[in-house]
Ligand binder design. Structure first.
Ligand code: PFF
Length: 446
């Protein structure tokens, strides 16, 4: 199959699409609970360091491959490999990305379902007047109800798959254009409000005063995995978007803009959530339920709290939606390459992801004690291994391909920088990013 002629309509549209992929549950749900479980500021510092040393250069690598190939991830890889006289087996990296996003989407959709539940609950004013303990008990009761969780998970997947089936750039661009700034604004208001609460000082210390003794191998691995996750990196998902990037746009500038936006969203969410944690004497290491227990409490203290809480969950859902669409794209592209029509490909993937997601749904009730590896039930497993292992492995291979395997003239052209800029990127990727991933992964193995 030849090059695609489709392009994002404007430069802004490309940045917004990539931001849409990047900003999602990873920033507002995952970042706070991971920070809480991994020693606070120590995790944050490592995570930001990984965003700079790995995230930025590897993100450029991933998108430039898509932009140079102008095809689906598997085909772009095969085409560019052939052009450089390397083996077209590099295409299997696209399949690996597809497998990775499959598992990520399976739990992502379940957690998105939690947000649907909270949207409805808050719109009905169900959180009004509840004590923090009652909010926590509510969440536990919800998790123990597989029927409600199944309904929401199913609904969310249907929403995602219907947009994907309709094609990439159409519906997506408009949605992104409209809603990102609003979500940002609400988080900003929450974070500003947090400065007036009792827990603000403790939250700031927890987030920004690193305790070096908190750094362990696991913390390093988790921080690296989260850097990839939050930037939507390492699964060929951004590669798929890069194929539609306009010729004249600066790739490095776009990538830096996205990373800054992405990290600030996480920081704002962290400030808002940990201020509640410390005001209420809660445990920062509460786990995946952290956001769902703290936000209702935070909003309850604001005038018109229920309304704002429901708006917040609505916006979060939309951000989650755009990330899910990005998660689905590499899988659909792969099946399309195998000859399926877009609609059929989407239906097949939707059904498979739904089934895998059900294992996560049941991880909170009937299958809670079914351990897959060590002590991990299915939800524990899919929320860690694909993110902490598969994404970095995929990211390292993508980086190797871009900076060592493909034609470096083509790479420079697709990156859109002069010779000096290109050498800087190339050296960063070759001698910093790739070795760093390998060292962290290997040292964790032993
Ligand atoms: N970046 C998304 C988030 O932070 O919620 C999650 C994600 C999207 C991960 C796309 C991986 C991916 F390919």
């Amino acid at each position: 199959m030849g090059e695609t002629l489709e392009r994002w309509s404007t430069r802004r549209a490309f940045i917004l699409a990539v931001t849409g992929a990047a900003v999602g549950l990873g920033n507002i749900w995952r970042f706070p609970y991971m920070t809480g479980e991994n020693g606070g500021a120590a995790f944050l510092v490592l995570y930001v360091a990984f965003v700079i040393t790995l995230g930025l250069p590897v993100m450029m690598a991933e998108i430039l491959i898509g932009r140079a190939g102008r095809r689906s991830p598997m085909q772009s890889l095969a085409h560019l490999a052939r052009e450089a006289g390397a083996t077209p087996h590099w295409r299997w990296l696209g399949l690996f990305g597809g497998i990775t996003v499959f598992f990520i989407l399976s739990f992502y959709s379940v957690v998105a379902g939690w947000s649907i539940e909270y949207l409805i609950d808050s719109a009905n004013g169900n959180f009004a007047g509840l004590s923090p303990q009652e909010v926590g008990a509510n969440f536990d009761a919800f998790l123990a109800d597989p029927l409600r969780m199944t309904f929401n998970h199913t609904l969310f997947l249907l929403l995602t798959m219907s947009v994907v089936a309709a094609g990439v750039s159409g519906g997506l661009e408009k949605l992104n254009n409209l809603l990102m700034p609003l979500l940002y604004l609400l988080l900003l208001i929450l974070a500003i409000y947090a400065t007036t609460t009792d827990g603000f000082g403790a939250a700031m210390a927890w987030l920004f005063k690193p305790d070096p003794s908190a750094i362990t191998g696991t913390v390093v691995l988790n921080a690296m995995g989260h850097a990839f996750f939050t930037l939507a990196l390492g699964a060929c998902a951004l590669m798929a978007y890069g194929a539609y990037m306009p010729e004249e746009q600066s790739l490095p500038r776009a990538v830096v803009a996205v990373a800054i936006l992405d990290v600030t969203v996480a920081l704002l969410a962290g400030i808002a959530i940990f201020s509640v944690v410390f005001s209420q004497g809660m445990d920062p290491g509460e786990g995946p339920g952290l956001m769902f227990v703290t936000l209702p409490i935070a909003f309850a203290q604001l005038p018109g709290g229920s309304l704002w809480l429901s708006i917040f969950f609505l916006l979060l859902l939309l951000a989650t939606w755009t990330s899910s669409i990005n998660l689905t794209e590499p899988m659909v592209a792969t099946l399309q390459d195998a000859g399926l029509k877009r609609g059929h490909a989407t239906a097949v993937i939707g059904a498979l992801v739904w089934a895998a997601g059900m294992l996560s749904v049941l991880s909170f009730s009937t299958m809670a004690e079914v351990h897959w590896i060590g002590e991990m039930n299915f939800f524990d497993l899919v929320t860690t291994v694909p993110t902490d292992i598969f994404l970095p492995v995929g990211g390292a291979l993508i980086a190797i391909f871009a900076a060592w395997v493909m034609s470096q003239e083509t790479a420079q052209q697709a990156l859109g920088v002069d010779a000096k800029g290109f050498r800087l990127w190339q050296s960063l990727v070759r001698y910093v990013s790739i070795p760093l991933v390998v060292i962290v992964l290997i040292s964790d193995l032993f």
